[in-house]
Design a protein around this ligand. Structure first.
Ligand code: ADP
Ligand code: ZN
Length: 432
């Protein structure tokens, strides 16, 4: 196996001993800010309290609210002059969170990112086009520096401007792209509506992440472009992309355990769940100097995959992110995740690329409507065919989520498109 960094081949014991040493350093650094100093003192955790990696559990959690309350620089653990860059989360779920990096932090991040790309088969000979928004969003510079670090010619195309994206791909023979799931579809639709075959582009790999998508969705986009897609997971609080990534096996995402400690806990109690069971991912940064973050409640739902990966890397794998705890909505007492709906919809070949879940209240009860785009070739005149499709989708949704939503079939390209993270649910109930 070809590797980018020797740490990829560490065994479990090596990983754990490095984790313990680095965790001690991270704790010592964290004490440089009042927030963590007080937290750790209250929990009775001093510089020598950690004997084994399991002692990590004695450290209190850090929540998104904590980070918001410390905005902009309450968590700074180095003198401000040491900071060379700051990033913010996209703010998908509320006020943004700022993270500040030292030069060493951005170097470590670029190395981790390069390691991910290499693992997915990207090489320095590749031309890498980054179609994610630059600016505060970490998918821009984060991925960019990783691709450069690997030695790829890296095109900072940014988000949007589909015509230019395609021109760049053609002119510079782009072989690898980084793209958000929703934008991959916009690109494909654009080509098709211009009677061009997406498979004629020189692309071979796409790095797709930043928001959840299903295996069905991946299959469709791979098929459309004739490429391989690798799932990329990250969050601004843990730098950004480069935290979890798929290897050639594409069976779960390896978390780089020399740089992070991952836990999966029960959201209500914070207790660890057994391997294989779904819970909330909790992450600790081990190497960060500017703003170390301890036991961060990501609100992302996933599970540790049991057993070892066939690729030989001992860094543990998590399953693709199923959604965020705050993506879940409750309707008529049932807990529903948007990805459950996507999975059902994408299994119908007639269904196009986009859908929207509408939650409404007519003054009496809650209602759920699902608007589904139907592919042009299936959007026929014959009403009966469409009605049957509508019923079939409603039935399958009922089997999955135990209530029957109203399914509305709409023409392809008629629902709103996002160039950034997609909006899947529109909740207009006032009692939510
Ligand atoms: P925000 O929380 O405002 O969207 P970020 O830009 O930092 O801020 O995004 C991080 C979040 O994006 C993660 O916590 C997760 O919910 C989501 N995410 C990132 N990568 C993936 C992925 N590969 N699959 C599913 N969700 C992802
Ligand atoms: Zn692997």
């Amino acid at each position: 196996m070809e590797i980018f960094d020797p740490a990829e081949l560490w065994n479990k014991e090596q990983i754990e001993s490095v984790q313990l040493a680095r965790l001690k350093n991270a704790l010592a650094r964290a004490r440089n800010c009042a927030f963590y100093r007080e937290r750790l003192d209250q929990a009775g955790i001093g510089p020598d309290s950690l004997r084994s990696p399991d002692d990590l559990r004695r450290i209190p959690f850090t929540t998104k609210q904590d980070l918001r309350a410390q905005y902009p620089s309450g968590l700074l653990c180095v003198p401000p002059s040491e900071i060379v860059r700051m990033h913010c989360s996209s703010g998908t779920t509320g006020a943004p969170v700022a993270v500040c990096h030292t030069q060493n932090d951005v170097n470590v991040w670029a190395d981790l990112m390069a390691r991910c790309l290499y693992m997915a088969g990207v090489r320095r000979e590749d031309v890498f086009q980054n179609m994610s928004g630059y600016g505060l969003f970490t998918g821009g510079l984060g991925i960019h520096f990783g691709a450069e670090r690997l030695g790829c010619m890296t095109i900072p195309a940014g988000a949007g401007n589909t015509r230019r994206q395609i021109k760049l791909i053609r002119d510079f023979r782009t072989t690898v792209v980084h793209i958000l799931p929703s934008y991959a579809l916009i690109l494909g639709e654009y080509l098709r509506s211009n009677n061009e075959n997406p498979r004629d582009l020189p692309l071979r790999i796409a790095i797709v992440g930043a928001e959840p998508y299903t295996e069905e969705f991946r299959g469709r986009v791979e098929d459309l472009f004739g490429i391989k897609i690798y799932n990329s997971y990250g969050l601004s609080e843990m730098n950004g992309p480069g935290v979890g990534f798929e290897c050639a096996e594409r069976n779960g995402l390896h978390i780089w355990e020399d740089a992070y400690i991952a836990e999966v806990v029960e959201p209500e109690t914070g207790r660890p769940v057994p391997v294989g069971e779904v819970g909330e991912l909790v992450m600790t940064s081990l190497c960060r100097e500017g703003m170390p973050i301890l036991r961060y409640r990501t609100r992302d739902l996933t599970r540790f995959l049991p057993g070892e990966c066939a690729c030989g890397r001992a860094h543990r794998r998590v399953d693709r992110i199923l959604g965020r705890t705050d993506d879940m909505f409750i309707i008529k007492g049932v807990n529903v995740y948007p990805m459950q709906i996507e999975e059902v919809l994408m299994a119908f070949p007639e269904v196009g690329q986009n859908y929207l879940i509408l939650l409404e209240n007519d003054g009496v009860s809650d209602m759920m409507r699902v608007q589904v785009e139907v592919r042009d070739e299936y959007f026929v005149e014959d009403m009966r065919i469409l009605q049957n499709l509508q019923k079939a989708i409603a039935r399958r949704l009922r089997a999955e989520i135990l209530l029957t939503p109203r399914v509305e079939l709409v023409e392809s390209n008629s629902l709103p498109r996002a160039e950034g993270k997609a909006v899947r649910v529109r909740d207009s109930r006032d009692n939510k």
